[in-house]
Design a protein around this ligand. Structure first.
Ligand SMILES: [Zn+2]
Length: 166
């Protein structure tokens, strides 16, 4: 699991919790015990209701990053409010949301913050047999693979093989 200590880390870890392992789609949140540990490590409560919200938001966010309209996220934000308060001379915003929904909403807000700050940097891996996502932090913004070591080399090897066969 990647670092879930930050909201951006949580977002990427959530998006990448349905990897394909040896050609078989997997789900890090399918097994209840593993899912509870995952939620707790991300700062959640580890309840069944929280897991349901997180899995639904994961599906919606994966669809949005793959190109679906962001409107699919709207139901997950219903009833969520943000309350301003003066804190140390500045206005700070506190999220008001049911505790079991907080983690899922944090992931959505992290997606929004990233899309505003670094538009186009979050994208699916270019290997169509891979279901992972990447955040490109390079200057050139030309990264295509979730990992050069895994998908990058695999795709290069495949292209090389296809060229040598042609
Ligand atoms: Zn990949």
């Amino acid at each position: 699991m990647t670092d879930t200590g930050t909201d951006e880390g949580l977002l990427l870890a959530l998006l990448n919790s349905t990897p394909v392992i040896d050609g078989v789609p997997a789900d890090d949140l399918a097994d209840p015990a593993r899912a509870r540990a995952w939620l707790a490590a991300a700062g959640g409560r580890g309840t069944e209701a929280e897991l349901r919200h997180v899995r639904r938001v994961r599906q919606a966010l994966q669809a949005v990053v793959r190109g679906q309209p962001a409107a699919v996220l709207a139901p997950e934000l219903a009833g969520v409010t943000s309350v301003p308060a003066i804190d140390d001379g500045r206005i700070g915003w506190t999220l008001r949301v049911a505790p079991d929904r907080a983690l899922a909403v944090r992931a959505i807000l992290a997606w929004d913050a990233l899309a505003r700050r670094s538009p186009g940097r979050l994208r699916p891996c270019a290997n169509d047999e891979c279901r992972l996502f990447l955040i490109d932090r390079s200057k050139a913004n030309a990264a295509r693979w979730c990992s050069m070591a895994v998908c990058g080399n695999r795709m290069k090897a495949r292209r090389h093989y296809q060229r040598s066969r042609a």
